[in-house]
Design a protein. Sequence first.
Length: 312
Amino acid sequence: MKKLAILSISALLAALMVTGCASKPKATASTESKKRVIYVSRDGFSKNLIEVVVDPTAERDSAFSKASAEEPVDLMAFYIAQTETTYARWYEVYSWATGNGYKFANPGREGNTGKDGAAPTGSNLPVTMISWRDAIVWCNAASEKDGLTPVYKYNGAVLKEADTAKDGEGKAENAIIDPNADGYRLPTEAEWEFAARGGDPSSAAWANLYNVSADSPDAVAWYSGNSDGKMQDVMTKEANGFGMYDMNGNAWEWCYTAWSSSIQRRIIRGGSYRKAAEGVTVVSKDVAPVTRVYDDVGFRVVKFALSQRDAK
């Protein structure tokens, strides 16, 4: 049975406040309450979920706000994928979606060396060469395929088309998020960074480095110093404190968050196999047009944790 590992980060924060310029955080996030549960979607796919309870009173250092466009931020419980979306998973959904009314601008590529749109080779390389528009349409397609409710709507209908036009605002940028949908979506920048930091403000990662247990990128990241100029399979480096892989390096990851007031430019986070060590920290970020594709940019999905939210 195929499995898609997803983490549940119960970041039940009334507000994620910044402490100013303190050199050390004043509290440590609690990860004592941690359990593994199984979520089974209606098509039979099972997903491993890890629930991490985070202390909502823990203060975060000023580094968090320096990297994020949103400060202070409110974070509700959410699920986040353990790995970057692999090309094999992309291709599986893409092949189904194109026969079920979905239209993409790009077919995707296996890592940075594959042939666009070709059948997977059996590797676990991330998908690349997909635009931001492609990514959110794919999220809707994956949701529908897995028996979930798609998140992105346009004019009251499920968004199914990644506009191919390079100029002008498209349907994707103007789509509405359904906050009650249980399907997949792209993370906001704040969600991505909180997850990348592993939830522990006392860790090296919280101080803008790499991971909760690493002082250098080699243990957790594929970057220019060790990648040999090629993207690598997911889950071949150490995980962070939440059990997620490749939040540093390997592939940049699309976020939902727009750059400033331009909805046609979106944030990418984490750096890639091409970047130097200083370019794959938990605060590494860049911006890209929603129509552009790159051979070092992919994405991972998140979901609203509706059951936790509704219970509050």
